[in-house]
Ligand binder design. Sequence first.
Ligand SMILES: Cc1ncc(COP(=O)(O)O)c(C=O)c1O
Length: 433
Amino acid sequence: MMAANQVLPSTASVTADGHLSIGGCDLVALADEFGTPLVVYDEQHLRATAAEFVRAYAAADRAAEVIYASKAYFGLAALQLLREEGLSVDVASGGELYAVLAAGFAPKRIYLHGNNKTAHEVEDALDAGVGTVIIDGFDEIALIERAAAGRGIVQRVMVRVTPGIDPATHAAIATGQVDSKFGFSLAGDAQRGVAAIRASAHLQLVGLHAHLGSQLFDLSVFGPTADVLADFAAEVGPEDIEAVDLGGGLGVAYVQEHDPPAIAAFAAAQADALRSAFGARGLAIPRLLCEPGRAMVGRSGVTLYRVGGIKPIPGIRTYASVDGGMSDLLRPMLYGAVYEPVLASRAAAAPDRTYRIVGKHCESGDILVAEARLPELVVGDVICLPATGAYGVSMASNYNGQPRPAVVFAAGGTARVVTRRETYADILGRDLA
Ligand SMILES: Cc1ncc(COP(=O)(O)O)c(C=O)c1O
């Protein structure tokens, strides 16, 4: 048996051999079979999370739309699964657009984001028939209008604004403040942006967008955000503000102490905030849109690493080196993200030692977990880092020539490789020398 664990996927258990298992698959056996680092998704957990989002938002607002933020993880198998569960999808680049089209998303259900959309990206999106483009700044109004006019179409667009609300999260993942590269400020820019869009024969304004930031735990931010948006709608005229997209942001538990709100509570807080803010000003209540990324895929994924070296430094600390690191999980290095590893090889053993879990890359900052509590480690052990399903693989690199990891979906005791491990030849495959 293992203690209740809210960072592991819901099917996590311990085998008779004391190995951690997910989706009925022994993780040590998966590491042996497929190699490490290995990303394993609990397919049942992923599907259940998507269904829970759809249910929760439908209960909060019958017309709501759940739009998966594909940047969190855009592996084809996951995208196909999330499409089957009835989600829409957002993309922030031509590459993500390519992936979601390949996964079979209906173009009308695709939302195009980005603070610097290239002309190519806009043209590809409009050629594909993307449903909605979120306009991020003045310079792209003309770009999108030209592309729409050239195709003789009227493109649905939303305006992204920075509501000036501090979401109490890490500065690197806060986006709703005025001092941001994203969106129009409400001190004049957004008003002029809306006017320019309304003056265009090829753009149709359908709503407002505001993403406050990520890893949000505090639901009280949505009241003031909705007030700001409703004031803005009242100021510019509400007639075409049919929808308000409050972005992503629902936090996940990366460590046991994290206590994120339930999906239903998050959805209800957003819907209630819109209802009361727009209602109080006598405005029609806009349809609620949301764009969850990490909360959709984060907890269903884990990463497995093999311990290759243990270095005690008396009086200081003990380092345990694993065979991945910043090339497959950049978040700890990028913005101090924390994780809580489990020893997959002896999952029921008491975590009575402290290790610094470091990667194999040529950077002292390649630290996956600064202070990990684990049982005594031996070389060859398999460590599982839970809640790595979001912004792990999607931020992976080939630093030090490291092939990006394979991805496996585990369900009902069967594991299937959905992304093969990169090879050295893949890494050099684009070089023309
Ligand atoms: C516009 C937008 N929507 C949605 C998301 C997804 O955020 P999260 O993964 O925190 O849910 C992001 C994250 O960067 C974003 O910028």
